[in-house]
Design a protein around this ligand. Structure first.
Ligand code: FAD
Length: 386
């Protein structure tokens, strides 16, 4: 295959692979900081992304204004339901706990915001090879070549950037299904007012119904890697609701990285962000918040270090640790209790359900963190009113 690129090969301060929330956020902030940025994606935008599209309050705060146009619904109340005879709980906040979006629209808006800030947006450009040299990084698709001082891997769970940088595989990938379901208008009107998270549908996981503008995003996840009966469980779950006539259904499935890669998430001239790094919250399985935050931290580290390779990686790691990695460690500890000890979970939610649901709402809004709750034993005990 001949490379189209005439000399000289375009040169950037930072090349970012992937236009999900992580990549586009990094691109926008770097461009705003005066960096020359290439934002590359293998897809033509807008592209479908398997995702519930639920943007929690804590994530919404990090979005640029332009993303508002992608918000289809807002829910100030969320319901946690324990379907095997357990409680039905809810939490309400004055600000929306969750903003419902469709990811093609949201991600397109974020990429355009990066382009408007000055990043060069290159679509339909699957990066195949990445090589590090003494003074930069070269990225190649089948037809194009780019050079940059740094590369940010924002290319999701099968990250070519992480592979090229020698990282080991993501240690915990949880299977999840997302079905986009259109029901008859009368039935939609009946169902559309509840954003629900349902437990006891599957041994170690949960299911959800996220109402969008004109359809329902219904999904399920298992925290057990390679769980086989997911489709059956989702069909059983949907049959519990009188959904009425199903007019259209689109079935999608993907994997959620519930633990970070084992090695430090920056090496030399390569930084990993979002799903490529494995930064999804292991309790809520919500990844948009940390994608936005890690994209922001990567941009901050590069700008602060003035693109000095000796300091940029260390700066990124020192920002990630308190803001995300310590939180994820605490969350993984709590997730074990939530997903692997169903009897303890049932007891806790039967006796302290409202307190725990309020805790989840505080986490969703970013008003509390897992780490503080866990490390401060007084508040941990208060959580359970022991
Ligand atoms: C079923 C399901 C439901 C979910 N629901 C929610 C939810 O409701 N709320 C929430 O917060 N999180 C949810 N998540 C998690 C969330 O989708 C991810 O955490 C989030 O999308 C990660 O964003 P990102 O920017 O890291 O990467 P991604 O959104 O995965 O984007 C990666 C981008 O990289 C591009 N790319 C990949 N390889 C290449 C390449 N070689 N060259 C160029 N481009 C490339 C892709 O085309 C893509 O655009 C869900 C996940 C699943 C699977």
């Amino acid at each position: 295959m001949h490379l189209e690129s005439p000399d000289p090969v375009p040169t950037y301060d930072v090349a970012i692979v992937g236009t999900g929330p992580a990549g586009s956020t990094a691109a926008r902030l770097l461009a705003e900081g005066g960096a020359r940025v290439a934002l590359l994606d293998k897809a033509a935008l807008p592209r479908y992304k398997t995702c519930g599209g639920g943007v929690l309050g804590r994530a919404y705060r990090r979005l640029p204004e332009a993303a508002d146009l992608a918000v289809e619904r807002e829910f100030r109340t969320i319901a946690l339901n324990f379907l095997s005879g357990g409680p039905t709980l809810s939490a309400t906040r004055p600000e929306p706990l969750v903003h419902m979006t469709m990811r093609p629209e949201l991600d397109h808006r974020l990429a355009l915001a990066a382009r408007d800030a000055g990043a060069e947006l290159v679509e339909s450009c699957p990066i195949r090879r990445i090589s590090e040299t003494a003074d930069g990084v070269t990225l190649e698709s089948d037809t194009r070549r780019f050079q940059a001082r740094f590369v940010i891997g924002a290319d999701g769970i099968h990250s070519v950037v992480a592979k090229a940088g020698g990282w080991s595989d993501l240690p915990h990938l949880a299977p999840a299904l997302e079905w986009e379901v259109t029901v008859a208008p009368g039935d939609f009107a009946r169902i559309q007012d509840d954003a629900r998270f349902d437990f006891d549908v599957i041994e170690s996981g949960y299911a959800w119904v996220f109402p969008k503008h004109d359809h329902l995003s219904i999904g399920i996840l298992s925290v057990t890697p390679r769980y086989r009966d997911l489709q059956k469980r989702l069909e059983e779950y949907m049959s519990r609701f009188p959904l009425g006539e199903i007019v259209k259904i689109e079935r999608h499935g993907w994997l959620i990285p519930l633990a970070p890669r084992r090695e430090p998430l920056a090496r030399g001239r390569i930084l990993l962000v979002g799903d490529a790094a494995g930064l999804v919250d292991p309790i809520t399985a919500e990844g948009i918040s940390n994608s936005l935050l890690s994209g922001q931290l990567a941009a901050t580290a590069l700008l602060e270090s003035r693109f000095d390779p000796a300091t940029a990686a260390n700066r990124y790691l020192s920002l990630l640790r308190p803001a995300i990695l310590n939180e994820l460690r605490a969350a993984r500890f709590l997730a074990r209790f939530l997903y692997h000890h169903p009897r303890l979970r049932a007891w806790a939610f039967r006796h302290h359900g409202q307190r725990l649901t309020d805790f989840v709402a505080d986490i969703a809004m970013g008003d509390r963190g897992y780490c503080g709750t866990l490390l401060n034993s007084a508040s941990y005990l208060k959580l359970l009113r022991c």
